[in-house]
Design a binder for this molecule. Sequence first.
Ligand SMILES: Nc1ncnc2c1ncn2[C@@H]1O[C@H](COP(=O)(O)OP(=O)(O)OP(=O)(O)O)[C@@H](O)[C@H]1O
Length: 345
Amino acid sequence: MSINVSGVTKKFGDFVALDDVTVDLPTGQLTALLGPSGGGKSTLLRIIAGLESADSGTVTIEGNEATHLPPQKRNVGFVFQHYAAFKHMSVAKNVAFGLEIRKRPKDETTRRVAELLELVHLAQFAHRLPAQLSGGQRQRMALARALAVEPTVLLLDEPFGALDAKVRKELREWLRRLHDEVAVTTVFVTHDQEEALEVADEIVVINDGRIEQVGTPDQLYDEPANDFVMSFLGPVTRLGGTLVRPHDIDVSTTQEPGSVRGTVERMLRVGFEVRLTVALEPDHADAAESLSAPTERETVEVTVTRATQRHLHLEEGQQVWVAHTEGARAVPEQAALHTPLASGA
Ligand SMILES: Nc1ncnc2c1ncn2[C@@H]1O[C@H](COP(=O)(O)OP(=O)(O)OP(=O)(O)O)[C@@H](O)[C@H]1O
């Protein structure tokens, strides 16, 4: 195990930012720390980097006890959301900086910088100033600079967070390819579930200073440990006291065993899929209650393909029956959900 965090607690005054966190981050992999804002992701990353110290617990990097080592002795590379480049130095000089202060031979530095600029596809911009680069190019320069000193571990704190959606998407595909080429153990912070699912080998879900689940993207998506992880990783809806993904619900125009009757209230076509909002028939108990206090009908979100919609001739106002698909992942609904349901996210 490359990075081992054991029993780490961090408080800011009375506020517990990390609560007895233990996790192993595997060597050579790309791991995402994923969770909502304020959950403690950056604090954990900064403790691994040595930029913040834990109140208790230990950090080991490649078998070396690092808990009390200063950042420069941990051999980690770090990239922040807003990268502070040396404004008056060329891109090549910025990348060379770490090698020069380590007094590496000049020809070695020149060769290494050329290699790195090639790797991050900035070779043609070597002599530009950072201000003459786009935001995405600047972040690639930041990565080259962090990689220059051959860190054991690369730590990225929302590296693409300040960029627009299109560039962000390009850069995360690029990061995945870069990691496949360089294979340095990389940990990156993100609050974007799509980014984590698309890029990471392993995801650590952090919420309220605690780890909710650790697993591969498939494990987290298919076998969420609890309602929080399930809601955070993709759209969910409620049916029969459980949380279920909208595409894990079958729609039928005839009654099937165990199905619930409802009416298609809204139908929205989004690309290749069709999203239905089905208002469920209240059961007898609810119906009796609603006589005294009329309440809104319970609705369930269902996603079907265009082919299914056409085949069943589904339209608004139509009566349908809904049921969990066989083998659907359904997590019992808890009294209080940690986050609002993210339907259609
Ligand atoms: N230096 C500090 N002093 C006081 N509170 C802090 C400090 N740093 C972080 N916190 C608090 O600790 C909690 C966790 O912060 P952290 O930055 O680790 O969260 P995060 O999951 O990275 O969130 P975000 O995605 O918004 O960056 C937050 O509530 C934050 O306000």
